[in-house]
Design a protein around this ligand. Structure first.
Ligand code: PLP
Length: 372
């Protein structure tokens, strides 16, 4: 698979050019409202003094870093505000590749394609460990796939594309493997507010100098276009200090800094948003999951029961998830999903559907009709 070319856009363009109405179940962009306090924060910011429109500290607004540090139970100095989790992942993966022994990045298949594209881009050797049939990750499998060559292991929970949430055992087990092989664990937790099981366990819950946790407000606050994310770097020791220093330097030399209005509004929203906002979003998604999986049952599909994030992977009888079949679904059913082959090899004949549309019920009905 060519991980460097964004395949999402290929499907989206095909769907946009179709001669019929298509339910877009491709993108991972939330379709719901951000917190009211976020809009309020941005409005207030528009009236600020010109001095407040100038460069913030390259590492991010101090108050935002402090707020995040308090919530995550870490020291503010461990936090770097980035342009989304995308940049946080990039800095962590590149930093791990440079500072840890070995030249390989170990990823979980099915994989979020940007990890694989980035690993290629930064010149790492790629290796994969397959998720178990139920979508979960067995640390024993990670151990078997790891070697002295492994510099970085990347995990994502709640998971895109599989929709599973890893528990504490998995995260601790994988971190053990990272420590054993002197590798850096990059734990991408962008979907941490979308856990429907209560099982989610952050890699921050284990103290280790071998892990970087990445996150962002893109999904949490429904603002993928704002670009505010962060990385929590480990503390203690020369290697950890080097990792953080290098990431700060790279971030500064590439971006100078991040967007100040976006950071200010996110800070305001963090301070003024009730937990109910996040629960409402989870509830909305629980309903969509129920609607969609009911239709999958009706269509005779096999699927992984979503436990987190907002994606469902499914396999329909005699209908492998190739690009060709995805385009057929667009034309003949009016539903756009993603081909399994874009997420690695282990689920090449599956399809991934995103639930970030208020037309999930319609998409579900169309699929059920098509496969009837
Ligand atoms: C697993 C995962 N990590 C990172 C990102 C990108 O996040 P951000 O918008 O914060 O860069 C996405 C977006 O879909 C994602 O699914």
């Amino acid at each position: 698979m060519d991980y460097e070319t964004p395949q999402f856009f290929r499907v989206m363009e095909y769907a946009a050019d179709a001669d019929r109405d298509v339910v877009d179940m491709v993108s991972g962009s939330p379709d719901w409202e951000p917190p009211a306090a976020l809009r309020e924060g941005l409005r207030t910011y528009a009236g600020a003094d010109p001095a407040d429109f100038q460069y913030p500290a390259s590492i991010g607004l101090r108050d935002l870093r402090e707020e995040i540090a308090q919530r995550r139970g870490v020291d503010r100095r461990q936090i770097l505000i980035t342009n989304g989790a995308g940049e946080a992942n990039h800095l962590a993966m590149l930093g791990g590749l440079e500072t840890m022994p070995g030249g390989e990045i170990l990823l979980v298949d099915p994989v979020y394609p940007y990890y694989a594209g980035r690993a290629n881009f930064i010149g790492a050797d790629l290796s994969f460990v397959s998720a178990a049939a139920d979508g979960h990750l067995d640390p024993g499998d990670v151990r078997a796939a790891a070697s002295d060559e492994t510099a970085v292991i990347v995990i994502n929970s709640p998971n895109n594309p599989f929709g599973v949430t890893y528990g504490a055992d998995t995260v601790e087990g994988v971190l053990d493997v990272a420590e054993e092989y002197d590798a850096l664990l990059v734990s991408d937790e962008v979907y941490d507010h979308f856990d429907y099981t209560g099982r989610f366990s952050s890699a921050l819950s284990v103290d280790s100098s071998n892990r970087v946790v990445t996150n962002s407000f893109s999904k949490t606050m429904a603002i993928t276009g704002w670009r505010v994310g962060y990385a929590v770097f480990p503390q203690g020791g020369d290697a950890a200090a080097e990792l953080l220093d290098d990431a700060r330097t790279r971030h500064m030399l590439t971006n100078v800094t991040g967007s100040r209005p976006a950071q200010a509004a996110v800070l305001h929203a963090l301070r003024n948003t009730d937990p109910e906002y996040f629960e409402r979003n989870r509830e909305r998604l629980r309903e969509r999951i129920a609607t969609f999986t009911e239709a999958l049952d009706a269509a005779g599909a096999e699927y992984t029961q979503p436990e987190g994030a907002f994606y469902v992977m499914a396999r329909f009888p005699d209908f492998p998830g190739t690009f060709e079949n995805v385009f057929r679904l667009v034309d003949e059913a009016g539903v756009a999903g993603m081909p399994g082959e874009t997420f690695g090899t282990s689920r090449g004949d599956w399809l991934r559907f995103s639930l970030t549309t208020d037309r999930v019920a319609e998409g579900a009905d169309r699929l059920a009709d098509f496969f009837e």
